[in-house]
Design a protein. Structure first.
Length: 463
């Protein structure tokens, strides 16, 4: 029997049960629904969020809670009875619990930590002690480990005794008596092996592990390269501390992507959903980059002021300034976006800078030549229909525009491709070098390139 139902029908049934105030029927109804549908009900009925959580079995309540937005989670914890809060926090997977706690004020964290049982409290405090962007913040203690001097029969007995509450049973981790990671073995290998076989006979030493202080982004690369759904986490002494699962890494990758998109748009990364972030905080995150970019664009005005006399003598040159600088900005934005994306997925490393530059020089020359030919043709063709628009020296004007486009596009591609690599080298975030930042740099250099070619082709004629 399927429990799939449309959201309007789901809402209608829920409203009827709430009006009837029949907690037993409401609990049966909620526990029958998919977790995603329960989460949707909480989002749509914020005033009844606590009622919904209290009506769910504790495992299902934890499953729904962990996929809610942070604002909904905070609302529930603030209004949930202390006993239910303790049950919920202890039932949450350790990585999800830590992700929630790290978003709260220190005072609230101290109070909530007291509600955890001793084992969960110890593990959570250890997690919160690791750097914010480290693998340690992602790991969970939801795994099974066995010792290398056990038999297969002992392993299977251990799985039956302690595996019912473990979600990740595809792989069993092998440790020695000091708790150091030895290997990971698929559960099917235990199931297919003779009961008397020793565990140490089954290990091959090819286990891949993450260090607890590894960067979360690097963990994403390890998962991609090794096609794993979970990886063990160790410390400096190779003691196994927990595991990181692919769903948490994908969540981090999604957050990193969102941050990069926001930075590429010329703003600081938002720590909260757009509709929930306070206006003043949103203003602060946007105004800094706008000021920086505005100050950068003031250099464009300075450059134009430097060439003011030339513009007065040859007003026709001013007509092409927007065309020139926008072409450079567009080519730079293209290049920076491509390079940042390639760096994010591991296609480009720091040592590849010369290969990138060589490719972008060729690309810039090809792209600039195409745009330069179009720009030159546009001036020449237009002059045939409107002879007075560019004057008798329209060919020289067209040549200045055409070669300027070639130079500006080449400059844009080089700036857009090299700046992310340079920023990465000095430890900065490459995402900040994209569209607005690159465009500002190319605007200034584009004017210099344009007027340099104008002098070359028009000196003695219009200049």
């Amino acid at each position: 029997m399927s429990n799939e139902v449309s959201q309007p029908a789901l809402q209608k049934q829920f409203d009827e049960l709430v009006r009837e105030s029949d907690r037993s029927r409401l609990a049966d109804f909620l526990n029958y629904q998919n977790i995603s549908d329960v989460a949707w009900l909480i989002d749509e009925n914020e005033e009844d969020a606590v009622t919904i959580i209290c009506g769910l079995e504790i495992q299902r309540a934890a499953g729904a809670f962990k996929i809610l937005d942070l604002s909904a989670q905070k609302h529930i914890i603030q209004h949930l009875p202390p006993q239910k809060t303790a049950e919920l926090l202890n039932e949450l997977p350790s990585d999800d619990r830590t992700a929630f706690l790290e978003e709260l004020p220190n005072e609230a964290v101290r109070e909530l930590i007291k509600l955890l049982n001793p084992e969960e409290r110890r593990f959570t405090l250890a997690q919160l002690g690791y750097p914010e962007e480290s693998v340690g913040r992602l790991m969970t203690n939801d795994y099974l480990a066995v010792e290398d001097d056990w038999t297969v029969l002992e392993v299977l007995d251990h799985i039956r005794a302690f595996g019912k509450d473990i979600d990740n049973l595809d792989v069993i981790y092998v440790v020695n008596r000091q708790g150091q990671l030895v290997d990971d073995v698929r559960i099917r290998d235990f199931l297919l092996s003779p009961p008397e076989r020793m565990v140490h006979e089954m290990v091959d030493g090819r286990c891949i592990a993450l260090h607890v202080r590894d960067d979360q982004e690097s963990a994403n690369q390890v998962f991609k390269m090794n096609n794993r759904v979970a990886l063990p986490v160790i410390d400096d002494r190779k003691v196994m501390l927990g595991i990181v699962t692919i769903d948490d890494v994908l969540w981090v990758a999604n957050e990193e992507f969102s941050e990069d998109m926001q930075k590429m748009g010329g703003t600081e990364a938002l720590d909260e959903p757009y509709l929930e972030i306070p206006i003043l905080k949103l203003f602060k995150k946007r105004v800094v980059w706008l000021i920086v970019l505005f100050l950068g664009e003031m250099l464009t005005a300075t450059a134009m002021g430097y060439y003011e006399a030339e513009i007065q003598r040859a007003v026709v040159l001013a007509l092409f300034i927007p065309l020139i600088i926008s072409s450079g900005g567009n080519s730079g934005s293209q290049a920076s976006t491509l390079i940042i994306q390639a760096m994010a997925v591991g296609e480009i490393k720091m040592q590849d800078w010369w290969r990138v530059m060589r490719r972008e020089i060729i690309s810039g020359l090809l792209l600039g030549t195409v745009l330069g030919i179009i720009g030159f043709a546009r001036v020449v063709v237009w002059s045939q229909f409107f002879p007075d628009m560019y004057g008798i020296h329209y060919r020289e004007v067209g040549a200045a525009v055409g070669f300027s486009l070639l130079g500006v596009v080449l400059q844009g591609t080089l700036t857009g491709s090299m700046l992310p690599i340079i920023l990465k080298k000095v430890g900065a975030d490459p995402a900040v070098s994209s569209a607005p930042f690159v465009a500002t740099i190319v605007d200034v250099t584009g004017l210099v390139i344009y007027f340099s070619f104008a002098f070359l082709f028009l000196k003695g004629l219009l200049l």
